[in-house]
Design a protein around this ligand. Sequence first.
Ligand code: SDX
Length: 422
Amino acid sequence: MTESVTITDNRTGESIEIPIVDGGIDAGSWKKLLGNIWFADPGFTQTAATESAITELDGEAGVLRYRGYPIEQLAEKSTYLEVAFLLIYGELPTPQQYEDWTHAITYHTFIHENVRKRTLEGFHHDAHPMGMLVSTVAALSTFYPEAKDIHVEEIRNKQIVRAIAKMPTLAAGAHRSSVGMPFVYPDNTLDFTSNFLSMMWKIAEPHYEADPVLSRALDVLFILHADHEQNCGTTAMRVIGSSHADPYSALAGATAALYGPRHGGANEAVIKMLTEIGHIDNVADYVKSVKEGKGRLQGFGHRVYKNYDPRAKIIKETADKVFEVTGKNPLLDIALKLEEVALADDYFVSRKLYPNVDFYSGLIYQAMRFPIEMFTVLFAIPRTAGWLAHWRELVLQDQKIARPRQLYTGSGPRDYVGIYQR
Ligand code: SDX
């Protein structure tokens, strides 16, 4: 059996054989035969938009690997900053590389005072933190104009460090502004997640003491959310990046895509759903309403995973450790019952709908006292590493600008009619 497909144009009887390479066939090959015939694929359900060496998913088996390393091993043994280096540069850092990387990020966590005073504090008192984050990330492009020189590696690397370092500062600043609390400056004596918790929660104490269990739990959650190949937000990053816009403008677009409830906004939607269900006795009725088409099980289903999302398994284990410190989230019992009922129901099993990364993460964030509006912000912080890894990869690949075609279904040619003749 040859690893190839043959396409025949029945209008002419002409055929072309195309080899299957890396799981795909090259569109440029069939262009010779089908020049003006487009493959219709809204939502890219059967389209590879790029080649990438960063993250590998096996949807049927429920497998996730970053640069070949299984997510289970990274979650157990690594840190978010080490994983960020791995995703972006392709290899685990040496001790010296890790020291330099951690130092660089630690000392770039400050934001320009005008970002704090003129942008963050310029929002309405009840502005959603994700809306604030999209805007402030975009504003960074105005403070670092050199970021436009995307083909200079030193400039690229400097923006990568700045963006990873400043995302938590912008995120915490958005929260503090939205609750009327004073902005907390980064504390360079703390590790990445402890510093974020300090910027979130520090009140009047001279030095914030983060609970090590919660800092580590957040670091694991950041590892799990760091990348996920060509998801909606990363596709936005790559499309904007393909126009050779600066990385901050591309990050703002990726953050905006993540905001949607079908994507990163699902962790917020899950908690609202569990709260609406209210009690495990109501789960059966809620599942029934979903099966009748009255809404969806938030945190369930995935374009790629047709098995249990491996990240959801690890998050569930992490939740137990967090609840030992914070006390169990009462919504957990409803979530567990919902999972039990759904996974025993053919409606979900036949559609291969399993809990995804968002199903349990919100329970942890809520137990850690994060406001629900911050949940997707907590997704954006670590996904910054994945977005930047894909941006750097596309720049180095010198990929063409993203410009898909369409199937035109609109009106044929017609002449203008004056307003009083209509
Ligand atoms: C993330 O892409 C990524 O990798 C994303 C992500 C990442 O790390 O970047 O993993 C993060 O976004 C996870 C997904 C978070 N979103 C949610 O939990 C929202 C709820 N889930 C969905 O709306 C849905 O499952 C999607 C958006 C995640 C996937 O949608 P698809 O692949 O377009 O699937 P579909 O809408 O075509 O659904 C297929 C069938 C349909 O039924 P039929 O029309 O065939 O009868 O499954 C049904 C859908 O109605 N279905 C659901 C469902 N999800 C799909 N039914 C009930 N509840 C659900 N959650």
